[in-house]
Design a protein. Structure first.
Lengths: 312, 170, 408
């Protein structure tokens, strides 16, 4: 029975099926809010699902010079990484499906896989635009990983545990300590927007400069799965963010689930607001912004948290 | 009318051949009758260096029957247009480019090469303009004798109408 | 020529065009990059060569009016105004003052919708889609007025030889004034945005620099020249039509880059609103056209008007019949292309689309050949071979497109 329960948790709820459904819902809400803020109508609720099934039915053209194995493998590697790491984030109740001390670091490492698989996909596509897009992905990754890691690990330092479930448990006992992490929250929000490659940090996918960046040669079902993995990454990011920085729980499992939905949607609203109101930044500006503004704030937060932990 | 007459006067002073070739058509328009190659070369450098005509707006090609007329339109800071005319026979259409002093004339001189068959010497390297690369030689669309009805787009060849006449007669 | 290959020494050649999401019309810019910096640019352009000038030589003047209007979709009124002015001058006609005022009103409305379109496209090039949506929504209001006035949203055939064809009535006048009020509010917001929005400024400032000396050297016109501080506006320097009586302020700026051009265009929109209001207040009553002769006396004329993109020159030579001898249209963009190579080199790849868009290019080109290079061999395909390559590729998939015409 334990195995059955494990399988249900991994694949149905809060596993892969829930993740996929929520991914489509999140994409719809993101696009709808984006459109309404621009005084447009926006897509209907079934648009992301329709897009997915349409793309699966389309012809897949693989360039003759591209590496056939890597080209086909990358969408699924990306999706698998995101689906696996989602299991460590608390969704129903204040405990994740699976947790152990150190799962925070595992989740952050798994989160590095989608950009890396985009890079490999672009590099092995053997296309000029894909190469430039892939290089930009890596450049961006080098600059946002540092503030991201530091700002996410700061609350963990304060809580004294490396497990997300453990952190949620700690902050539900001491809710006011979550307010200390506000600078890290802002840094993390911006760094997550960077990781998701959304405006103003969408230079790896700049449509008007390099057509579609690393994924320019993708079409058909591989593109469908890549897009799905990006949506799942969005859900993972908002869930992780609300678990670490908005760790308010009530203890009642059903109510916690509703609270989870509310928190993640609020985070999504913030991310969409960022996307709507800014132009795309150049890669040199992103590099200097991350190093000069985000990293110092994150470092200051870590120092502060260590001091407070020492005092407590 | 003052500024225009002043400019015309300066040109006549410097180049005696200008006295019966230059005329002020109306406000802000100074025309010349066709100049020879030599006269044109001297004039264009003088108006660029001394008279402040810093911008070459355009060069218009016209088909005048046996010759190709070239009208170089120059502008100065008071927005007065000076139009220098040159005429080259269709049998020998060699001219020198003025793109060394007026870089903004390059596209228009390339147009003369493609559409009128004027041989402009001294143009910088670059793709031709505006006709496509596969365009057959010897076809100059803007010459009056070139009839678009005789041009076959599928095979990109120009069929002389005289051939069909000969077939009818003989 | 398009090359997509890596040079040995860290350089990479990127083709922007002829098919590219950032270009509205095909144009070929072959950029050589070293990292993210542009080290070389080859510009291949030619207007969508429809052979308009050759056509004009075989049709009458009034038929040519419709052709000239369609040289460009967005500056159509400027071209037709210039053409009509040229013929009116050759035949010694004076158009009624009311017609002159209506021509100015339509010209300024055209300037408004062209600059709004440009603002939207520029923001889209830098990834700021929100502004793109806002400006194009405002543009719809201007196009509504033009549709009522002329019957069409673009290529509104308002001009005729001897005057205009359509008149303004009370309802239209009040609709125009209401729209101007709404636009004034929106443009105030754009001015504020241009001065305070930091992501916008960081993308536009310092990009595509063309200093005053360079503008003079390369002969740029219009907002590109005015952004460098050069006073070049035909409405002020050589007023034509009703501009002789209407006060026009020339807008110049000292930032000789894309940011300067943005500011110039936004402020010109404000000025256009003022001009339209002045015209509607002071428009004289009377007829809207005079009868024009069919045969135009022989002569030559050069006309200049201020199109939204800069100085537009028309040359007309007539020979006494009702068919022109030579018609030549020099669109303003033709003067602006020459500085493009200078503006692109030394910048970043991210700046290429906005630099190209900032001169507000208005024509297309036909690309000629593609060079394919793989490890095994180098081949050059011209248009015929490229087309055959495509046909063979699809024949293998079971689709036959060879029956479609190869004509251009």
């Amino acid at each position: 029975m334990k195995i059955l329960e494990m399988l249900l948790k991994a694949f149905i709820f809060p596993g892969f099926l829930f993740l996929s459904v929520y991914a489509f819902v999140a994409e719809f809400l993101d696009r709808k809010m984006y459109a309404r803020m621009q005084n447009r109508v926006g897509p209907p609720w079934y648009q992301p699902i329709a897009d997915f099934f349409k793309m699966i039915g389309k012809k897949t053209i693989i360039p003759a010079d591209a590496n056939p194995v890597i080209f086909r493998l990358m969408p699924f590697v990306s999706l698998a990484a995101v689906a696996a790491s989602f299991l460590y984030v608390p969704v129903f109740g204040s405990k994740a499906a699976f947790s152990f001390n150190g799962d925070l670091v595992i989740v952050l490492y798994f989160l590095a896989i989608p950009p890396l698989s985009s890079f490999l996909a672009g590099w092995y596509s053997r296309d000029v635009y894909a190469t430039i897009g892939a290089t930009r992905i890596l450049t961006q990754m080098f600059v946002y990983e540092v503030p991201l890691f530091i700002s996410v690990l700061a609350p963990a330092l304060l809580a004294g545990t490396w497990s997300i479930t453990g952190m949620m448990a700690y902050y539900s006992v001491h809710p006011l300590y979550a307010l200390i992490n506000i600078p890290a929250m802002i840094v993390a929000l911006i760094s997550f927007q960077c990781k998701l490659e959304r405006a103003p940090f969408d230079t790896p996918e700049a449509e008007t400069e390099i057509v579609s960046g690393a994924l320019v040669e993708y079409s058909g079902r591989f593109l469908a799965f890549f897009k799905m993995s990006l949506d799942c990454e969005l859900v993972l990011v908002i869930s992780l963010f609300s678990a670490i920085f908005l760790p308010f729980t009530t203890g009642i499992a059903g109510l916690d689930f509703l609270l989870y939905i509310v928190k993640t949607l609020a985070t999504l609203l913030c991310l969409t607001l960022l996307r709507v109101s800014m132009a795309r930044l150049k890669i040199v500006d992103i590099v200097s912004f991350c190093w000069k503004r985000l990293t110092p704030v994150a470092l200051a937060q870590v120092v502060l948290n260590l001091l407070i932990r020492g005092v407590l | 009318m003052n500024l225009e007459d002043e400019i015309a006067g300066k040109l006549c002073e410097k180049f005696p051949f200008m006295t019966d070739k230059i005329y002020v058509q109306k406000e802000k328009r100074i025309f010349t009758k066709p100049l020879s190659r030599d006269e044109f070369e001297k004039t264009i450098r003088y108006v660029h260096d001394e008279l402040g005509f810093y911008r070459a707006c355009h060069v218009v090609g016209t088909d005048d029957g046996d010759s190709i007329g070239l009208l170089y339109i120059l502008s100065n800071k008071d927005s007065i247009l000076l139009i220098l005319r040159e005429s080259v026979p269709k049998t020998n259409t060699e001219v020198t480019s003025i793109s060394d002093i007026y870089p903004s004339i390059v596209l228009h001189e390339r147009e003369l090469v493609d559409l009128f068959g004027v041989m402009v010497k001294g143009l910088p390297d670059g793709p031709r303009y505006p006709l496509p690369d596969g365009w057959p030689d010897g076809n100059y669309p803007m010459r009056k004798e070139w009839n678009p009805k005789n041009f076959n787009k599928e095979t990109m060849t120009y069929q002389q109408p005289q051939e069909t006449e000969a077939q009818k007669n003989g | 020529m398009v090359e997509s290959d890596n040079f040995g020494d860290n350089r990479i050649a990127v083709p922007i065009g002829p098919q590219h999401p950032s270009l509205d019309e095909p144009g070929c810019f072959d950029i050589t990059l070293e990292g993210e910096k542009v080290v070389d640019a080859v510009i291949g352009v030619g207007y969508n060569h429809r052979g308009l000038e050759k056509v004009c030589e075989s049709k009458t003047y009034i038929q040519d009016l419709y052709i000239i209007e369609r040289v460009c979709g967005i500056c159509s009124h400027a071209h037709s105004t210039a053409f009509c002015m040229g013929i009116e001058e050759l035949s010694g006609l004076t158009i009624p003052p009311r017609a002159a005022y209506i021509r100015v009103i339509v010209a300024e409305l055209e300037r408004l919708h062209s600059h709004l379109l440009w603002l939207g496209v520029a923001c889209h090039e830098i990834g700021f889609d929100t502004m793109f949506m806002f400006t194009w929504r405002n543009r719809e209001k201007v196009l509504d007025i033009l549709a009522v006035l002329g019957g069409n949203r673009v290529n509104y055939g308002v001009n005729t030889i001897g005057g205009v064809r359509r008149d303004l009535d009370e309802t239209l006048t009040s609709q125009i004034l209401k729209t101007m009020e709404m636009l004034e509010e929106e443009i105030k917001y754009y001015v504020e945005l241009a001065h305070t929005e930091s992501t916008l400024i960081s993308r536009l400032a310092g990009v595509g620099k063309l200093s005053k000396e360079d503008v003079i050297h390369y002969g740029a016109v219009g907002p590109v020249a005015r952004a460098a501080g050069i006073e070049d506006d035909i409405r002020v320097k050589e007023p034509y039509g009703a501009y002789k009586e209407i006060p026009v302020h020339m807008i110049t700026d000292t930032n000789a880059d894309v940011y300067g051009r943005t500011v110039v265009r936004i402020l010109e929109m404000q000025e256009s609103i003022n001009i339209i209001r002045y015209c509607l207040k002071n428009i004289p009553d009377g007829a809207i056209s005079v009868k024009a002769p069919r045969k135009i006396p022989a002569g030559e004329v050069i006309i200049r008007v201020e199109a939204p993109r800069g100085e537009d020159i028309h040359f007309i030579r007539s020979n006494g019949t009702d068919i022109p001898d030579r018609v030549r249209v020099r669109a303003p963009t033709e003067a602006n292309w020459h500085g493009m190579k200078h503006m692109l080199e030394g910048g970043y790849l991210a700046d290429v689309p906005i630099t190209i868009a900032a001169i507000d290019p208005c024509y297309s080109c036909t690309d000629r050949a593609i060079q394919l290079r793989s490890e095994k061999d180098t081949r050059v395909l011209d248009w015929k071979e490229l087309r055959q390559y495509g046909i063979n590729f699809y024949k293998k998939q079971g689709i036959d497109i060879s029956t479609l015409s190869a004509g251009r």
